[in-house]
Design a protein. Sequence first.
Length: 283
Amino acid sequence: MEGGLRQAAAPGPALAAWPGPLDGIDWSQPWLAPYRAIGEPLAGAIRSGATLIALLSAEAARGGLVNAAGRRVRFVAQSELPKGVAYETHIHATGCVPTRDNLHDFFNALIWLHFPQAKARLNALQAEQIAVHGQQMRGAVRDAATLFDENAALVISADAELHADMRGFSWQRLFVTRRAAWADCRVLIFGHALLEKLIAPYRGITAHAWLADGPAAPLWPDSDLAGALAAAPLVSRMLTPLPVLGIPGWWRDNADPAFYADTTVFRPGRWNVRQNARSARIA
């Protein structure tokens, strides 16, 4: 995507009606590159008149996708979601993923195709919570699962200091002083709503980062992610804010250290505020 970054930390104008937005997808961007091999041909076929749901279901069948209950995953029209039945409950019970002709659901399907076990685990977790608490009552676990599903970025690195700096909101150290450490770090956008936002990038786009210790592989194994999600109860505090366009190499403007001086985006965080206040008293 060419041109400078919009300065306002607010979403851009509403996306055009489907399928027009497909023409605006720049598959060379680092956040989309892992999904390009499947996503770009799908987008091209849709632009040529193919049916989104038929294409997605064919890809799901080719990959042998199943949900956590062992039911074959298929993509169906949104109208097939029965009235009064929760979206997550329907997917878990039938394997059918209600899908609309828009970018949000297009990217959701792409994540299903790349991380079927992790998506199935998140779906099962949400369905379990709805079964226990009802559709109207959310709660910490369901909220965390939704955050992960919609807005997560997987940050994979063996560098413990990088993880600590991110959790501590130590943005200057993370992005400027130790910038070279990102060469051994891999960031994968998992959240489909986050991918949708990144069609029209702006400075304030912030992911909920899931920090994983491991080598910077091109694509983190789906089974590893699903296993990690199943290993412990998912809660929001396991995720940490990450301004996506601050990632080195992800936006040309961030080559200038002044990019990170915008404290409306790169906020100091509670820990840093306390530390700065303590240092000032000591001085």
